[in-house]
Every structure is written in C-alpha cells, then in structure tokens.
Design a binder for this molecule. Structure first.
Ligand code: CA
Ligand code: CA
Ligand code: CA
Ligand code: CA
Length: 561
C-alpha cells in the first residue's frame, strides 16, 4: 500500500481537490455495496462446481473448483495477478481423466507461503487379498488302468501372501489322485503350480465325471477357491487325451464401492509444482465436504463430514507440524445429518465453524465457537423453511463476521439463491438475511468469500444461469458509501453501486474525523481502511480515522460500478 500511495499521490491530491468541491449533506449509508456486475469465471460444456477463493500474499487471487470430465469430477484452478482483469487458463490439480471422483476443494495459503488444497476423493480401498485356482487342462480323457496329469495353478491377487493347501474332492469310485506338492505359496500377485495326477483303476466305470481341486488358505482355512475338472473314463485300451477347450478358473469378485476420503496436496512455489497427494482419512464410509484453515499459531485444521459413526457428523483433523502428524476430533454428535463445514479464526482468537444441519425435517445453518478452552454449544443462524446449506464464513477487517450460504426454495420454485448475514458483535445479533443476487430462475449455490487487500469482498459461487453450472463471482465496491436520495423524499442516501461524487462529498465531510469526535458516529462509515495492521499481516483494517488511506481506497474505484 505504501508503494501504491507514493505512486498515486497525484491521484490523491486530485481527489482532495475534487472533494472540497462537494458539500452535499448525507446522513445514511450502509457498509457494503455490491457491484452490479457478475463476472463469469468459467465457460465449459459440462458442470463446474464447488468454487473456493483465496488471495495469496503476492496478491494473486486463486479460485479452485471441481469440473465434470468424462464421468468424474476433477479439480481445476485459475488465478489472477491483476485483481480479476485477466485470469490464467484453467489448470488441473488432479488427474484428467481420472477413474475416481475429486470434488469440493478448499484452498488456503499458509503463513510460510505454501498453498494447500484439500478435497474429497472417491478412492475405494483396494480389494482385499485373494487367489484363484485353475487347471490346465481341465478336461481329461483317461482309459481304465491308465493315468493323466493336469497342472494346477494358484494365482495370488491383490497381494495375497498365504500358503494354499490343495485337495481333490469328488473323484469317482476307482479313481485315485495325487497332488505334488499339496501346498503351494505363490509369490504376491504371482503363480505357483502343483501337478495333479489322476490314476484311473481297472475297475472304474467308464463315463463322464466332474471333480474339483480346492485350495484353502493355510492362514484362513475358510477362504477357499476351487476349479472343476471334467474326467472322461473310457474303456481299457483306448487313448488318453486332454483338452483345453475352456478354462474355468474360480472367479474372485472384489466389490468396488463408493468410499470418499479426504485428500490434500500442497505447493511451495505458487503452484508451479504440486506435492504428492496425501490422504487424511482411511475407512470404508464416505468422508466429504472438507474445508481448511490455518490458525495463527500455525496449526492447520481440516474440517469435514464423515459417516464413521453411522450418522453424518462434523470432524476435524489438525496438525501442528505442517502435516507430518494429524489428530482427529469429532465436533458434532447427534442423530441429524451435519454437513459442509466452513471455519475461520476471528481476530479475537476464537475459532468459528458454520455448517448445515438437518434437524426437525428442515436444514438450517448452525455455527459454534471455540473460545480458547472449549467448544460452546451449537447456535442456529437460519430459521426459514427453505433449505439452507453450504455456509461460508468470513471475517472482514472492520470486525464483521459474515456467513454466506445457499438457500433453496423447497416449498416453492425449487430455485437456489446465495444469501448472507453478518454480525458485528460476534453472534450477539445478526443482520437481516439478505439475498446476494437478483432473483432469477436459476440456481446460485456454494458461495465462497474472501476479503482482499483493498478491503473489497469477493464472492464466488456456481450458477446454472448458462444452462449448466459454471463459476461466477461478484465483488463489493470499495468506496461506494452513498448516493442520491433514494427513494426521493425518504431522507435515505443508500449506496448506488458506483463510486461517484456523492461518495467524495461524504468522504470530504468526514475527512480527519476520528472515533470520539462529535461527528464520529455520523461519519464512521467513511472509515474504509487504514495502514497495514498488524505489520506484515497483509491486512489494512479501518483505523478509526478517515484519512488518506480511505481517500486512496475510494479514489482507486472512482467512477466504477
Ligand atoms: Ca472414507
Ligand atoms: Ca449428526
Ligand atoms: Ca456512490
Ligand atoms: Ca481509515
């Protein structure tokens, strides 16, 4: 900011000259004005979903999301180095195409500069170790008083590593068999053979028979696989022969199931290269909707939902050694479906988690706070009969805690909208729940919000307004503090979605005012920003005085809508 200030000193002086020209009295303004422009970030023939937005220390704004490719979702990202003027081409963060689904990413930059992306990946565990038994040939024609042989092959699958005991079952009367050896131990994923010799006695009755060679694990004897062998006994003096016309190996049938796990990967060079993929969960049920947060003490926390208890609950894992070791805690414990956590640490040190919970046949946004020693009880944020889900928490520099979420009109149109509400007293009271986008007949959902360095709020979300889900974003306008009286005669001068002379005049009246001055409450709204505080935090919160910092923020956006 200091560099920018030097560069733009001319602009600021010009602004000061301008603002003394205006002395329009304005009594009211609201804190946040949203741009009337919504920008489409992706154009893709199929679905783009679950965006997550973040500004890195170098100023880049990152958006990562999941994209439907060839039957599965893969993670993609773009970044902008110039405040959204242009964006990098979409780059994939997971394999494309993949055979597994990768969805719901969440991105942060940690204090050491690394990028972390966490997501849910459907990666069923490999099938359990198994083996097959086959015979070659598996059809023997042997005259009375003769013998024949077949090679029995035991094949290890999926790392099977047990000895296998072989036995012949069901040989007809007058027939004796030997297996050499009777126990084999195939190398992992390899084969081992035993020779089956079939001796047909002189008294055996000519005809067609079947018998089996059964293998049983010497470690788990109930684990048995077998192969069926056909035996044709002919009259003494005819010719022995064998056939290989078909091959009947016992089929092992591993069951592939859906089992999402939480995974993450990191980059220590601004995304030029990415680490291996690490996996946080390992179980046979779904783990989904992760979100990542770094606390100011360096601890990395990943919140997600899991079915491990049989009911959807919010869990979190945390690591204080950069991901080398993780501890797991359970945050909710009830019979309701708890989903889609979002977490922040507020400037007073508390940790907030918001999520959606289906209670009493209605899904609403809940949140709870860790006050430094314990998690306080659940608090309910939304109460409407609509389906409220997918919350995103954000604390802005003036100390507001925001929640953005998806609200679906399940009792009417079925459409989804992004809503928000904020609190200036850490949840003591919340502002009215406000719809973020104009009403339309499409679905807007999965909001993700960030406040960037110029104090504007950027909200990205998915919308079906183009016919299928794409990623969009909309920002707040820094400096749009007020506008003309609206409605006429009302005495209200709400922001008019453009940074204009009304704002300059308003700033002029407030210039130099600080908290405690007699005019302070009237002009507090003009305190947009201030010097970096704390130093090296990359945050420029309002500083309780209307100063050159505020003029700069306003001047930068002058005339923009
Ligand atoms: Ca799992
Ligand atoms: Ca639950
Ligand atoms: Ca304005
Ligand atoms: Ca200020």
């Amino acid at each position: 900011v200091s560099n920018l200030h030097r560069k733009n000193s001319t602009i600021i002086v010009s602004t000061l000259v301008l603002i003394i020209l205006f002395t329009i009295g304005i009594e009211q303004a609201s804190a946040t004005s949203w741009s009337s422009t919504t920008t489409q970030l992706t154009t893709y023939d199929w679905s783009d979903e679950f965006p997550s937005i973040m500004q890195a220390s170098d100023g880049r704004i990152w958006v990562v999301w999941s994209r439907y490719v060839n039957g599965y979702n893969a993670l993609y990202y773009r970044f902008s180095s110039n405040m959204g003027y242009s964006w990098s081409t979409p780059m994939n963060l997971t394999k494309v195409p993949d055979i597994y689904d990768n969805t719901k990413p969440s991105i942060i930059q940690t204090m050491n500069g690394s990028l972390w992306v966490v997501w849910a990946s459907n990666s069923p565990p490999p099938p359990s170790p198994d083996f097959t038994v086959s015979a070659s040939p598996n059809s023997l024609t042997i005259p009375q008083n003769s013998s024949g042989t077949s090679t029995i092959t035991v094949t290890s699958l999926y790392g099977f590593n047990d000895p296998v005991n072989l036995v012949v079952l069901g040989a007809p009367k007058g027939v004796s068999t030997t297996l050499n050896p009777v126990q084999v131990k195939p190398p992992q994923n390899g084969n081992a053979n035993s020779t089956l010799t079939v001796n047909v006695g002189a008294t055996a009755t000519p005809g067609n028979y079947n018998f089996t060679v059964t293998g049983a694990s010497a470690v788990s004897p109930t684990m048995k696989r077998n192969v069926s062998i056909t035996l044709h006994i002919t009259k003494m003096g005819t010719v022995s022969y064998s056939t290989r016309d078909y091959f009947s190996a016992a089929e092992s049938s591993p069951t592939l199931t859906y089992d999402y796990e939480i995974r993450y990967r990191t980059s220590s060079n601004n995304g030029a290269t990415w680490s291996n993929i690490f996996q946080l969960t390992q179980n046979t049920v779904d783990d989904l909707t992760p979100t990542i947060l770094q606390l100011r003490n360096g601890t990395i926390c990943i919140f997600y939902k899991s079915l491990v208890t049989g009911s959807w609950e919010i869990f979190y894992q945390y690591s204080s050694d950069g991901g080398a070791t993780w501890l797991t805690k359970q945050l909710t414990n009830n019979s309701y479906a708890d989903s889609y956590p979002s977490a922040i640490q507020t400037t007073n040190g508390s940790i907030w988690v918001a999520w959606d919970s289906e209670r009493n046949n209605n899904t609403n946004i809940y949140y709870k706070i860790y006050d430094g020693s314990q998690w306080l009880s659940d608090r309910r944020l939304t109460t409407s009969s609509w389906y409220d889900s997918d919350p995103c928490l954000l604390e802005t520099t003036e100390g507001l805690v925001w929640t953005f979420w998806t609200s679906t009109d399940v009792t009417g149109s079925g459409n989804s909208f992004v809503f928000y509400s904020n609190t200036s007293n850490y949840g003591g009271s919340w502002s009215p729940q406000t719809q973020f986008n104009p009403v339309d007949a499409n679905e807007d959902c999965w909001p993700s919000a960030v406040q960037i360095r110029d104090t504007s709020i950027w909200v990205t979300f998915a919308s079906s307004r183009t016919g299928h889900y794409q990623i969009f974003y909309k920002t707040s306008l820094v400096g749009d503090l007020t506008g003309p009286e609206n409605p006429s005669g009302s005495g209200n001068y709400p922001p008019d979605h453009v940074v204009d002379d009304y704002d300059l005049a308003f700033m002029n009246k407030a210039y130099g005012a600080k908290e405690g001055d007699s005019k302070w409450s009237q002009f507090k709204i003009a305190d947009i920003t201030g010097p970096e505080n704390p130093i090296n935090s990359r945050r420029y919160p309002p500083d309780k005085i209307v100063s050159v910092y505020d003029l700069f923020a306003l001047g930068k956006n002058f005339g923009k809508s």
